[in-house]
Ligand binder design. Structure first.
Ligand code: KIV
Ligand code: ZN
Length: 525
């Protein structure tokens, strides 16, 4: 049963979203500043308490993302990550200037294994660095978070001492990361309890947790921490993040909200914005959400077995513990068709959470009409795919655009593709190429039309809705100068969708490449 009652003694759990920082560390992810801002706006609509907008010192792009989020996003605290070194803290402080609610989140390894092998310093030096980092951050902002990296593998007495000292130095939140996803719920819960029992000044800071999912326990560990008094949970929407990812925030939020009776806690999130946030983030990152993913997977509210359907039809709560609408589930609503007009489209888009300018509606309307001509019913899912495409173009206006695609293929001919590409200066150029299949031929034709070299590394096609006339959505990953970039494209013709996805990945590589330095291993100090 959904439990919505809140008692006066229930505590608020602060939701700290790090999709734009740890999430962007997912292998194969990379976002433009505009894409980050779009996600940040949706996170603000979702009502998360803190948005970690980036790691200001890591690149010009991250600096700009933190700076713009700090100036443009209203509501949540905006945080920048920084290593426990002066230069990083100064960059974070500068990027956050002018923010209504800025936070510097500084971190330093605390486990023996990290201190010995990565930091190559002694414990005293590390302790001093942690305290100095917090003091320096305090010179910029009041709200300072400190994370002892690899806390779950840190010798408890050393951890307690570090937390005591950083709180004395002014840390207002102490975050306990299970950096390598090594812990389990019982152990992690005890660690948090131990902190409350052994850190004498712990009442002066919020205890936060940041769990990775290497053993699939990130959400359970985070919730075990809440049971033991943690009042901030960090994570990413869709469970994105370094390696196997971070705790999936939508799962943490819905566990707390659905089981308030158990956790005696609540969040300030508008859960109806979870679905739109998940879909937007999946589209922008180019990481599909698994069908049976809790809360946001497309099967999460589908009842298939006859017995379940029977029970559900008699009384929803027999087999449903959350209302689909409460997490913004879009269902299968069929809303628009070829006779629909601009007003209907604009109103439906507004319902889906998109605010599109007059001029923008004209563009989307043209794509909508062309889709409606080919497809009997245009669903919400189709509209979201169109919108993802519209935003991709809006972001990359000064980039390549697919003008025309023509392919000849079959089981008795060598596939051949002719592609016309509009270049950033407006000039259209055409090339014809052959390949092992139609998609290969299309990519080869595009390769011949662009400057520089790219390599296609992944290709996946998904249908956005069901039926023979469904919109096909292609996700592509390419490699350029050692970086991986994703691209997406949709069309009722999957070869055209592939061309669009390939060009989108190339455009994103050009846009992101301009804001980032080439890949390198970053020293921790
Ligand atoms: O996983 C981790 O330890 C981190 C820290 C920077 C908080 O991401
Ligand atoms: Zn992390």
């Amino acid at each position: 049963m959904t439990t919505k009652t809140r008692s006066d003694s229930d505590d608020r759990v602060i939701i700290f979203d790090t999709t734009l920082r740890d999430g962007e560390q997912s292998a194969g992810a990379g976002l433009t500043v505009e894409e980050k801002l779009r996600i940040a706006r949706q996170l603000a609509r979702l009502g998360v308490d803190v948005i970690e907008a980036g790691f200001a010192a890591s690149s010009a792009g991250d600096f700009e993302a933190v700076q713009r989020a700090a100036r443009e996003i209203e509501g949540p605290v905006i945080a920048s990550l920084s290593r426990a070194v002066a230069g990083d803290i100064d960059a974070a402080g500068r990027a956050l200037e002018g923010a209504a609610r800025p936070r510097i989140h500084t971190f330093l390894s605390s486990s023996e294994i990290h201190i010995l092998h990565q930091m190559r310093r002694d414990r005293e030096t590390i302790m001093g660095m942690a305290v100095d980092a917090v003091k320096r951050a305090k010179g910029y902002v009041e709200d300072v978070e400190f994370s002892p990296m690899d806390a779950s593998r840190t010798e408890p007495e050393y951890l307690y001492s570090m937390l005591t000292q950083v709180i004395d130095a002014g840390a207002t939140t102490v975050n306990i990361p299970d950096t390598v996803g090594y812990s389990n719920p019982r152990e992690f819960g005890s660690l948090i309890r131990g902190i409350f029992e052994n850190v004498s000044n712990i009442d002066r800071a919020v205890v936060s947790v940041h769990c990775h999912n290497d053993l699939g326990m990130a959400v359970s560990n985070s919730l075990a921490a809440v049971e033991n008094g943690a009042r901030q949970v960090e994570g990413c929407i869709n469970g994105l993040g370094e390696r196997a990812g971070n705790a999936a925030l939508e799962e943490v939020i819905m566990a707390i909200e659905t089981r308030r009776d158990h956790y005696r806690a609540f969040t300030g999130v508008d859960t109806r914005e979870i679905g739109p946030a998940s879909r937007l983030i999946s589209a922008i990152f180019g990481f599909p959400v698994q069908y049976n993913k809790a809360v946001v997977g497309q099967n999460a509210f589908r009842h298939s077995s006859g017995i379940h359907q029977d029970g559900y039809l008699k009384e929803r709560t027999t087999f449903e513990i959350m209302e689909p609408e409460s997490v913004g589930w879009r269902g299968e609503a069929l809303v628009l068709g070829k006779l629909s007009g601009r007003a209907g489209l604009r109103s439906r888009l507004r319902d889906l959470g998109y605010s599109v300018s007059e001029e923008g509606v004209d563009d989307v309307f043209a794509s909508f009409k062309s889709l409606a001509d080919r497809k009997r019913e245009v669903t919400d899912a189709d509209l979201e795919s169109l919108m993802a495409e519209h935003f991709r173009f809006a972001d990359t206006e000064r980039a390549y655009k697919v003008d025309k695609v023509h392919v000849v293929c079959g089981d008795d001919v060598t596939p051949e593709a002719t592609v016309s590409l509009e270049h950033p200066d407006g000039e259209k150029k055409t090339h014809t190429a052959r390949g092992t299949g139609p998609v290969d031929a299309v990519c080869k034709a595009i390769d011949a039309l662009i400057e520089g070299e790219v390599k296609l590394t992944e290709f996946a096609v998904n249908s956005v809705t069901e039926g023979i006339d469904a919109l096909g959505e292609v996700t592509i990953r390419i490699e350029k100068d050692g970086w991986t970039y994703s691209g997406r494209g949709s069309s009722t013709d999957i070869v055209v969708a592939s061309a669009k996805a390939y060009v989108n990945a190339i455009n994103r590589a050009l846009a992101i490449g301009m804001q980032t330095s080439p890949p390198q291993s970053v020293a921790v100090v």
